[in-house]
Structures are given as structure tokens and as C-alpha cells.
Design a protein around this ligand. Structure first.
Ligand code: SF4
Ligand code: SF4
Length: 122
């Protein structure tokens, strides 16, 4: 009996203790986090010189470069950041964009026009 009361008091103490502690969660999606600078979100492409380095270091084969297109398949990407790390001209970057969920897999197939500058999703 005493053991039960002790257990009850300990659990009540645990609950009430949290009334005075700042919450660590946010009311998503109304409130959103600002990701840290080194966050690895959606990879975005700048002015690519087609050196093919990123295709060689991508462990999941998510990058496919053709004559005019640069394709990153986020269905395969594991957000390791290798492509951004090894790109010799820093034209591919891991952005802070993390809201990538979609019910349509084709939304996650990013296709950039390699001949255009900037982040062109075609
Ligand atoms: S983040 Fe990693 S898995 Fe994703 S495209 Fe770049 S190298 Fe490939
Ligand atoms: S994104 Fe960078 S590493 Fe990949 S092909 Fe273009 S220039 Fe080379």
C-alpha cells in the first residue's frame, strides 16, 4: 500500500515539475523552428560545371546529370551532405528547407535546368 502511494507521489511530482520547465516542443505547423546553419535540408543547385563529382560521392545514387538537366531524387537522398561537401565550386548546398513531405513521390524528384543559373526547378 505504502509502495503504491510512494509511486503515485513520484509520478505526480514528475508531472507537476514540468509545469515550470520551458517546453522543448513547438506547436507545429503554426510555429516552426529556424534550422541551424549546418542543417542538412533539401539540396539546392547553383551554377553547376558538370564535373560529376557529386554523382561519385553520393552514397545512394540520388543524383543524375544529363545533358541539360540535373536531377536529385529526394526519394533516394539520405541528406548526408556529401554532394555539397565535395562540390569543388560550392554550387550545391544543403538548404534549411525541411518541409518535404508529399503524398506524391514525383514531387520529390527535383529537376534543375543545368543551363540556367540559380535554383531552377523545372
Ligand atoms: S545529400 Fe547525400 S544522398 Fe543526398 S544527393 Fe547529396 S550526396 Fe546524395
Ligand atoms: S553540383 Fe558541383 S560537384 Fe556536382 S557536377 Fe555540379 S559542379 Fe560538380
Amino acid at each position: 500500500m505504502l509502495k503504491n502511494i510512494r509511486g503515485l507521489l513520484i509520478s505526480m511530482f514528475t508531472v507537476f515539475k514540468h509545469l515550470f520547465i520551458r517546453p522543448v516542443t513547438l506547436e507545429y505547423p503554426e510555429k516552426k523552428i529556424v534550422p541551424p546553419e549546418n542543417f542538412r535540408g533539401k539540396p539546392v543547385l547553383g551554377n553547376c560545371i558538370k564535373c560529376m563529382t557529386c554523382t561519385r560521392v553520393c552514397p545512394s545514387g540520388a543524383i543524375n546529370i544529363q545533358k541539360n538537366t540535373f536531377n536529385i531524387d529526394l526519394n533516394k537522398c539520405i541528406f548526408c551532405g556529401n554532394c555539397a561537401y565535395y562540390c569543388p565550386i560550392n554550387c550545391i548546398k544543403m538548404s534549411g528547407e525541411y518541409e518535404l513531405a508529399s503524398s506524391d513521390k514525383s514531387d520529390l524528384n527535383l529537376v534543375y535546368d543545368i543551363n540556367k543559373t540559380g535554383e531552377n526547378n523545372v
